[in-house]
Design a protein around this ligand. Structure first.
Ligand SMILES: C[S@@+](CC[C@H](N)C(=O)[O-])C[C@H]1O[C@@H](n2cnc3c(N)ncnc32)[C@H](O)[C@@H]1O
Length: 258
């Protein structure tokens, strides 16, 4: 099966999925983020602006800008954020002077680019941060995904998705490398932490939400990767009814001060 895998679709269903995903992720993605009114914050690779919405909801007084390489993504972001400066640019050459931002936020961005592009983008983040400001990046590590019992269609679909992402130049296992990339970009004070998540019968609401997020990713990629991802989503949705079932995943969340 060939796959030009990129999270990049911007139809209404996918935009709704991304908004829902951001609402679900924001409590843990942004747990260590802080900002004060008036601070200049950049949402790098803002996509359709889903995490920008979460940033503004939590810190309404911030002066938020967004950057993305994709004009299509930015067009969707503008639907929700008409008043924000949303700039089309490559993260490797940010169109801002040195020392512009108090915070640079990035979520699920660096997984989509090769390592040298990721490091160059982080150099630009460091350049455009004010002294004392920090970068806050969240990234995936798809090698940590587990279900109990093991679900063969789900794991095969994830392998497929990972291979497609690698063929497109990205890295679905980037999380543990994030601290090294930040160091290579010149950051000195780096605090990178794994964020382990477990869903099981102890918290059925969280368990169901966790399953939904991954099932919806599989369903959203159906067009790019073919029918088996729909079967995987169905298999995953059935997990909640199996005795002793659990699901695990770890992301990495890194803060780096200039
Ligand atoms: C999965 S989306 C993440 C969107 C958003 N941060 C979120 O959490 O919903 C990845 C985004 O990275 C953007 N992107 C990829 N390469 C880029 C680059 N070199 N410079 C800027 N944006 C880039 C894509 O256009 C896409 O919108």
């Amino acid at each position: 099966m060939t796959a030009a895998y990129i999270h990049g679709s911007t139809d209404d269903r996918e935009v709704a999925r991304l908004d829902k995903q951001a609402r679900w992720c924001a409590p843990w993605v942004l747990a260590r983020f802080d900002a004060a009114p008036g601070m200049r914050v950049l949402d790098l690779a803002t996509g359709v602006g889903s995490m920008a919405t979460e940033l503004l909801a939590r810190w309404p007084g911030i002066v938020l800008s967004g950057v993305d390489l994709s004009a299509t993504q930015l067009a969707k972001a503008r639907r929700h954020h008409a008043a924000l400066p949303l700039v089309r640019a490559n993260g490797t050459t940010l169109p801002f002077p040195d020392d512009t931002f108090d915070r640079v936020h990035g979520s699920w961005f660096l997984e989509h680019v090769p390592a040298d592009v990721a490091v160059q983008a982080l150099r630009e983040v460091r350049r455009t941060l004010k002294p004392g400001g920090y970068a806050h990046f969240t990234e995936v590590d798809n090698s940590t995904f587990r279900t109990e019992p093991r679900l063969p269609k789900v794991h095969a679909a994830l392998d497929e998705l990972n291979a497609g992402q690698q063929r497109a130049g990205g890295d679905p296992f980037i999380g543990p490398k994030l601290a090294g990339y930040l160091a290579a970009a010149g950051f000195g004070r780096i605090d990178a932490r794994e964020n382990p998540m477990t869903g099981d019968a102890n918290d059925l609401v969280f368990f169901r939400g966790f399953i939904d997020e991954f099932a919806e990713i599989f369903e959203g990629l159906d067009e790019a990767l073919g029918a088996p991802l729909t079967a995987a989503a169905t298999e995953l949705r059935g997990l909640i009814d199996l005795p002793g079932a659990r699901i695990e995943y770890r992301s990495t969340i890194a803060q780096a001060h200039k």
